[in-house]
Design a protein around this ligand. Structure first.
Ligand SMILES: NC(=O)c1ccc[n+]([C@@H]2O[C@H](COP(=O)([O-])OP(=O)(O)OC[C@H]3O[C@@H](n4cnc5c(N)ncnc54)[C@H](OP(=O)(O)O)[C@@H]3O)[C@@H](O)[C@H]2O)c1
Length: 330
């Protein structure tokens, strides 16, 4: 028996993540896009969604969208508006940082925004680790892209680590559409380290560890794709373990994560929904180095939202791959 499609709306549909999500959902026969919201592009066509962008009121969006709404907006918007959907039993996936923190005070400090949510507790949507919680979740917080790459490389051995350094490099689409042109010029033939300490993603990663973990990002002179080199200091008792096997076992049932011995490159993951973890090299100091590569706009954002959507609505966990989108220059 075929089920009627899950009806999904996207707020912030004209941004890089919103367009990528539109493309993935428009190509998914089990999903029907019911609106693509945009203020700046209202009345023009979304090529990815094959729908016109509309600047809808909250009431109109709720009327139009019985099953699920995705926020691909800057932080603060879902925090303000998600409650209105949840009150009508419409499920919410937020791709911003609004619901990612176990302790709302950390969110308030990190994003300088008052946490006003009083509805159902969010489920942290790192799909591979969220498990059955997603099936009944009303509100899902999609993780940050750097955070996804970092956590995938460390969570299977969280108890064996003394400390960790996550050295992240991202294409300039990571900063959103408004900054893409400026960053494309600034990083041409170059790499741009920034916020060497205290980056907003550092506390999001730290909340999963008792041990100290460190994170530094860099912007690359390429549009999309992300690599995190994870330096994981392994406790002495565990240094002789077969980490490649441990990771293969941990992700055996995870269709969007590939484990390999070779070091992955951006070209292996760009425009795909999968993360690749590779390298698995250990030095004499007990430092295990794993390279985690993914596409920041797909597994780092839109594809992960689709994985979560599938889990929430009991759909198969495989994400159909789609051809590359052309987001920039537009
Ligand atoms: N880029 C990445 O690699 C990445 C990865 C993971 C997560 N994220 C997160 O995903 C979210 C979207 O990122 P992005 O890179 O797609 O950003 P973006 O390209 O700047 O797009 C943001 C979108 O939000 C809409 N918007 C802006 N202000 C709004 C408001 N006050 N109310 C409603 N809509 C508003 C904009 O559309 P209109 O002005 O047309 O309405 C635009 O479509 C962010 O929270 C970001 O942190 C991004």
């Amino acid at each position: 028996m075929t089920h009627p499609p899950i009806r999904v709306g996207i707020v912030g549909a004209s941004g890089f993540v919103g367009r990528e999500l539109s493309a993935l959902l428009a190509n998914d026969p089990r999903i029907a896009l019911c609106f693509v919201q945009s203020e700046s592009r209202a009345g023009t066509r979304s090529m990815e969604a094959a729908l016109d962008y509309e600047d809808l009121t909250l009431f109109a969006m709720i009327e139009r969208c019985p099953h699920c709404v995705c926020f691909a907006t800057p932080h603060g918007i879902a925090l303000r508006d998600a409650g209105a959907f949840l009150a009508q039993r419409i499920r919410v996936i937020d791709l911003s940082a609004d619901f990612r923190f176990k302790d709302p005070r950390v969110y308030e400090r990190t994003y300088d925004t008052a946490y006003t949510h009083t509805g159902p507790p969010p489920v942290y949507g790192l799909t591979e680790f969220a498990g059955e919680e997603l099936e009944s979740a009303m509100l899902v917080a999609n993780p940050g892209c750097y955070v996804t790459a970092s956590l995938l490389a460390a969570l299977p051995i969280r108890e064996k680590i003394e400390w960790a350094v996550f050295d992240g490099k991202s294409g300039y689409s990571g900063a959103g559409a408004a900054r893409a042109e400026e960053l494309s010029l600034q990083t041409r033939d170059d790499v741009l380290p920034y916020t060497l300490t205290q980056h907003r993603h550092a506390p999001e990663i730290q909340q999963f560890f008792r041990q100290p973990v460190f994170f530094t990002p860099h912007v690359l002179g390429t549009f999309r794709g992300m690599e995190v080199t994870a330096h994981l200091r392994i406790a002495e008792d565990h240094r002789n373990e077969d980490f490649l096997k441990i990771f293969r076992d941990a992700y055996r049932d995870a269709p969007c994560v590939t484990i390999q011995e070779d070091i992955p490159q951006l070209k292996n993951v760009r425009d795909t929904s999968r993360a690749i973890l590779g390298g698995f090299s250990m030095d004499d100091h007990g430092r295990l180095v794993i390279v985690s590569a993914l596409d920041n706009l797909r597994k780092g954002a839109a594809s992960q939202a689709v994985q979560n959507l599938h889990a929430m609505f009991g759909l198969p966990r495989e994400i159909p791959e789609i051809p590359p989108t052309r987001l920039f220059p537009s």
